[in-house]
Design a protein around this ligand. Structure first.
Ligand code: NAP
Length: 292
């Protein structure tokens, strides 16, 4: 069994991005610029945005955060998005989710200029991805595909079972892995909350991807010997032995499952760091596309 070290791969990609950004700065005196819009003070969102700023800094990119109050109206948020859409200094931006309930998320995502939609959530980019055309891929699926590529995991003709069909992970990932591409060319099964006998599907998987948001859902009896297991889930579990009072676990029961796998991603240190770096990859891509 080999552990897929997402942290190390993400660090290597960051070094590549950093070198490219340094060259861009040398040649043009400009640097890719990522912005984030943060509505309210959700602690997890605050942490995510702070870590995105840190990531940008670590590779020499510029970053900025537009902070709006919890009570911001939908039209005020749309105005801020419109401002960022027009601002030529900003190559890409994200609207940190979740948004307060009174704001229509679909309307907000649909108002982002697709050329700056580095989260890859705009229907235009998802549609282009479906058609196999150049687009921004959503960060988590993009990071996972990049992990498979860098570990040279053969995907062609393999049966991939994706647990979860969310718009940001399961659905786009299932499309990316079934396309005529490398990594790709998989035969993909998607399971969700209405799937009957999930185990019948998961035990057929050469590649099993768990993105359902249920702590340690995937147990050893659900996994085929020699499977590649990618764990997208991330959960805080109370743990008094840790100074923080919690430990992190995924959608896979790692201790049980690892011994059966050919490859497995740990939590933390697997998919998470790749999601962060994928946003930087998209920002660099947006910058380059803008200069063409
Ligand atoms: P989500 O939007 O909550 O979607 C969960 C999906 O799993 C849904 O399609 C749901 O089915 C399905 N599901 C839930 N319970 C199930 C069950 N018991 N059996 C079968 N299917 C079930 O979640 P998400 O945003 O895709 O995220 C999934 C997990 O990944 C979460 O733990 C999240 O925190 C984590 N995550 C991690 C990263 C990272 O960078 N590491 C990034 C994104 C998300 P229905 O569609 O039928 O409701």
């Amino acid at each position: 069994m080999q552990i897929i070290d997402g942290k190390a791969v993400a660090a290597a990609i960051k070094e590549e991005i950093k070198a490219e950004v340094a060259q861009i700065i040398d040649n043009t005196d400009e640097s890719p610029h990522l912005s984030a819009i943060l509505v309210g003070h959700d602690p997890a969102s605050e942490t995510y945005v702070a870590s995105k700023e840190k990531d940008c800094k670590s590779v020499g990119m510029m970053s900025s955060v537009y902070r709006l109050s919890e009570r911001t109206t939908e039209s005020e948020l749309l105005e801020t998005i419109n401002f960022l859409n027009q601002d030529e200094e900003i190559n890409g931006f994200i609207v940190q989710l979740p948004l307060p309930r009174h704001i229509n998320v679909e309307k907000i995502i649909g108002s982002i200029d697709p050329k700056k939609d580095v989260d890859g959530f705009h229907p235009y980019n998802l549609g282009k991805m479906m058609l196999g055309q150049e687009s921004f891929f959503p960060a988590t699926p993009y990071g996972i595909v990049e992990l498979l590529r860098r570990y040279k995991i053969d995907t062609a003709g393999k049966h991939c079972v994706v647990l979860g069909r969310s718009n940001i992970v399961g659905t786009p990932l299932s499309v990316m892995l079934s396309r005529k591409s490398d990594p790709g060319n998989c035969t993909v099964t998607i399971c969700h909350s209405q799937t009957r006998n999930i185990k019948e599907h998961t035990t057929q998987a050469d590649i099993l991807i768990a993105a359902i948001g249920q702590p340690e859902f995937v147990t050893a009896d659900m996994v085929k010997e020699g499977a590649v297991v990618i764990d997208v889930g991330i959960h805080r579990i109370a743990d008094q032995s840790k100074r923080s009072g919690y430990s992190l676990t995924g959608d896979v029961n790692y201790n049980e499952v690892a011994a059966k796998c050919s490859y497995i991603t740990p939590v933390p240190g697997g998919v998470g760091p790749m999601t962060s770096v994928a946003l930087l990859m998209n920002t660099l891509k947006a910058f380059k596309a803008n200069r063409k």
